[in-house]
Design a protein around this ligand. Structure first.
Ligand code: 13P
Ligand code: SF4
Length: 357
């Protein structure tokens, strides 16, 4: 058998990790108040800031907000980690977010409650295969989504997040550049359709957003005809086509604030409801259906890797700060890889600040 055929396909890699992640159910611990108090004290003692994504549990988001940390989308998390004066960053999210924080702030210690918390887009884009893909298309500008490994970022010309992808690709298209896009095929085709750019797609997907069903949303709209439909662009085209607003997590939260509608059907991870409820108190929020009649969903609008951020393992991490055992939670990025990845990441941050995104 040849060496290539022995390598698992990106789909097989994702499935192996997903089976492990889904075997770990999340329960709110009985002693959560004590854990929260311990975590807050530990953060203060170690000059550490907690940075959480909107998909983490309500208790983790609340803790980030009330401890002087931050809750945001992946672009905002990256910016906060770089600008904040804390010497230690605790990232409650998935691995690419921790790696991005480390690349942008090499002088800071970056830890995560679980280093197993990954992402199907990152898993589905292994560096060897991706590098071959890039080598086969040397005439294209390589644009990768932030949901990728440091090695994939290091191979790219640009990194983008969902809040800035359209602007960056539109800009590159205006300069006549052809794009190689990875890894999310749905976000990539949405960007290609909106900008008219020539985009060659890597075939990755998010296992959470891929499960939203257009038919289910149409049925829910019949029950709530006045509800606006809010969709994250990692969703399939038939779902995106039903949207009143397509955007990053922060852009969807802003939409609940700015739109006049009293109800919203939301096609993204349910963790976002914590912030949406704050943004539009009194309005109704419905999660977009993830299965048609008789279908079963694997993630049910809950990212299994985001769910690996729990109060218990966060408290255990905080208790290890300042001790040798904290190594098991540390995010490390090879320095030559980090230097290379910093270029396309820096380009994104500079572009974002020039456009005020
Ligand atoms: P945002 O950049 O919109 O926060 O998205 C990150 C993500 O992982 C969505 O699934
Ligand atoms: Fe990755 Fe999807 Fe989870 Fe976001 S929701 S971290 S894209 S698997």
């Amino acid at each position: 058998m040849s060496e290539i055929s022995e390598k698992p396909s990106p789909q097989q890699i994702v499935k192996t990790y997903l089976d492990v992640a889904l075997a770990q159910p999340h329960l709110k611990p009985a002693n959560s108040e004590q854990l929260v108090a311990n975590i807050k004290l530990g953060l203060q003692q170690h000059n550490a800031a907690l940075i959480a994504h909107y998909y983490t549990s309500p208790e983790i988001q609340e803790l980030a907000e009330t401890s002087g940390g931050f809750v945001g989308d992946s672009l905002e998390m990256a910016r906060f980690g770089k600008q904040n004066s804390a010497s230690t960053l605790l990232v409650a999210g998935v691995k690419f977010m921790g790696e991005t924080a480390k690349i942008l702030s090499p002088e800071k210690r970056v830890y995560m409650p679980s280093l197993e918390a990954t992402c199907s887009l990152d898993l589905g884009c292994p560096i060897d295969q991706f590098s071959d893909f890039c080598d086969a298309h040397p005439d294209r500008t390589v644009v990768v989504y932030a949901n990728t490994s440091a090695a994939v970022k290091a191979r790219a010309d640009w990194v983008v997040t969902s809040s800035i992808a359209l602007d960056v690709v539109d800009y590159l298209d205006s300069k006549g550049e052809k794009i190689l896009w990875a890894p999310d095929k749905y976000l990539g085709s949405y960007v290609a359709e909106k900008t008219g750019a020539d985009v060659l797609l890597w075939q990755g997907s998010c296992i959470v957003h891929e499960e939203f069903k257009a038919r289910g949303i149409e049925d829910l709209k019949k029950l709530h005809p006045d509800a606006a439909v809010l969709v994250h662009p990692e969703s399939p085209k038939p779902v995106v086509d039903l949207a009143d607003v397509v955007g990053s997590t922060s852009q969807l939260i802003d939409a609940t604030r700015s739109l006049p509608h009293a109800a919203f059907i939301v096609a993204t991870d349910q963790g976002i409801f914590y912030k949406m409820q704050q943004a539009c108190p009194g309005k109704q929020l419905f999660i977009a259906p993830t299965g048609g009649a008789g279908a079963t969903c694997r993630s049910c609008a809950n990212c299994p890797w985001m769910a690996m951020n729990e109060l218990e393992n966060l408290a255990a991490l905080v208790a290890r700060l300042g001790k040798a055992e904290v190594e098991q939670n540390e995010i490390l990025v090879d320095s030559s890889l980090a230097d290379k990845a910093m270029k396309p990441l820096g380009r994104m941050l500079d572009f974002a600040s020039s456009r005020k995104v």
